[in-house]
Write a protein that binds this ligand. Structure first.
Ligand code: EPU
Length: 422
């Protein structure tokens, strides 16, 4: 397995282009299953998770062609010939469950493997299933698979989520576009990825109102048609690279960044003493002084502070002046980066969902490894400002969510290289 070698050095300067959002693309791709006409996505990120979704859609009979070096995904689900999403693919990536709603809505039947747990928490899919049941689906769990049927087609209904779920909102939204009658989703997720999905579905002819609010109303239509849609900017990649100049000093412009994607995150950066300003091409980030202040952070669904930036924020706070308290409210096991940061000299106490970080003067490079995507990148950020060399192993996690991480950080002056396994 490859690893990444980071050598702590001085301030960074320059520009980093931000890609299309992984998590938006992973829900836009299954939307192709809703129509027999082509769906084309532009501004797609080049990531291994996108290749896994391509493989999954291919296994169902959809065609996905990667054009323009993978930035354009031309998809067609004209000839769906298999309605079973196999465990071998689903286990690689939980977003695979997002093919369930669309297949069921279009053809009235689908079999999808249950994804199982993952490193950051149990992550059940009960809310996805309850939402589809509210639309009239008959579900049976057998041998690790969800067998779903809707013989007369799905029917509009009320979907009231007891807790906010991005994926369950996406599955319900896609399924409701082809259900007969009106569906009202309450306590819906409001993430930019949901708005992006709704806008793509609207281009395909879906009747949706209220996306970006907690109540989404969908009037089912008989069929959806083809469309072309650009994937929204990746707010997590954006926030991650915003932290690079915050940690190392200097000034970096994030091309394609928008304040609206990272509002709560920018408020915390401001509290910590980091300036973010809008430029013609994106956002520019610079520390107000050499000292970063400790801040308290609680993760929440959008528009709150994103769980997907908690690990990276912790890397910043390891060298802040004072004590920061981070509360993780979305996933039960999302502090696996903490023991690795300890190896680099950080002072962190974790109790349940709370991590208390006491800032130290400087971290020291060390060999570290991570068990998930955001934890991996937080270790790279920590290594950028640490004294000496940090080697981050298990790079395949990074490849799931960050395209050209070495090239992008090198471009602003970081000392970073990928070490290929011999
Ligand atoms: N939950 C349930 N039952 C369900 C669904 C979710 O109990 O049926 C719980 C989860 O266990 C979690 C909470 O609800 O505690 C929220 O989970 P959510 O469904 O919102 O997460 P998701 O859709 O599985 C997406 C992103 C994650 C991101 C979360 C939260 C994709 C492909 N993944 O996951 O991204 O952390 O929303 O914002 O969109 C990442 O990119 O690193 C990542 C993990």
């Amino acid at each position: 397995m490859d690893s990444i070698l980071v050598t702590g050095n001085g301030p960074l300067s320059g520009q980093i282009p931000i890609a299309g959002a992984k998590n938006a693309c992973l829900t836009l791709m299954p939307a192709t299953l809703l129509s027999d006409e082509p769906l084309t996505l532009t501004n797609a990120p080049r990531l291994s998770d996108i290749r896994t979704m391509t493989e999954l859609l291919g296994s169902l009979g959809a065609e996905v062609s990667q054009l323009q070096d993978g930035q354009v995904l031309a998809m067609s689900s004209h000839d769906l010939n298999n309605h079973t999403a196999d465990y071998d693919i689903v286990r690689k990536m939980r977003a695979s469950i997002l093919v369930l709603g669309p297949m069921l809505a279009r053809d009235g039947h689908a079999i999808v493997s249950l994804p199982g747990g993952c490193a950051i928490g149990a992550r059940p899919v009960d809310l996805h299933l309850k939402a589809l049941e509210a639309l009239g689906a008959e579900l049976e769990l057998k041998d690790g698979y969800v067998h779903a049927k809707a013989p007369g087609g799905l029917k509009g209904g009320k979907v009231d989520f007891p807790l906010v779920s991005v994926g369950a909102t996406e599955n319900a939204l896609m399924a409701a576009t082809l259900a007969k009658g009106t569906t009202v989703i309450t306590n819906a997720a409001r993430e930019p990825e949901i708005v992006d999905l709704a806008q793509c579905l609207q281009k395909m002819g879906a009747q949706i109102e209220g996306e970006g609010t907690s109540t989404i109303t969908i009037q089912g239509v008989d069929r959806l048609h083809g469309a072309t849609h650009p994937v929204v900017t990746d707010r997590i990649e954006l926030g991650t690279y915003m932290l690079a100049p915050a940690i190392c000093g200097g000034e970096v412009e994030l091309l394609g960044g928008r304040m609206g994607l990272v509002g709560a995150f920018c408020e915390k950066l401001d509290e910590a003493g980091i300036d973010v300003r809008e430029t013609e091409k994106g956002l520019s980030v610079k520390r107000r002084s050499d000292h970063v202040k400790a801040v308290d952070v609680t993760t929440e669904p959008f528009p709150g502070f994103p769980t997907d930036l908690q690990a990276q924020m912790m890397a910043l706070l390891c060298t802040a002046d004072g004590v920061s308290v981070l509360e993780e409210k979305i996933f039960e096991n999302r502090f696996m980066h903490a023991p690795e940061l300890l190896r680099m000299g950080a002072q962190i106490d974790v109790h349940g969902g709370t991590a208390t970080v006491t800032g130290v003067d400087r971290l020291k490079g060390a060999p570290v490894m991570a068990t998930d995507l955001r934890a991996s990148v937080s270790l790279i950020l920590a290594g950028l400002a640490a004294e000496g060399d940090t080697t981050v192993s298990r790079v395949y996690h990074l490849d799931r969510g960050y395209e050209h991480v070495v090239r992008k950080l090198e471009g602003v002056g970081a000392k970073i290289e990928r070490i290929k396994e011999q």
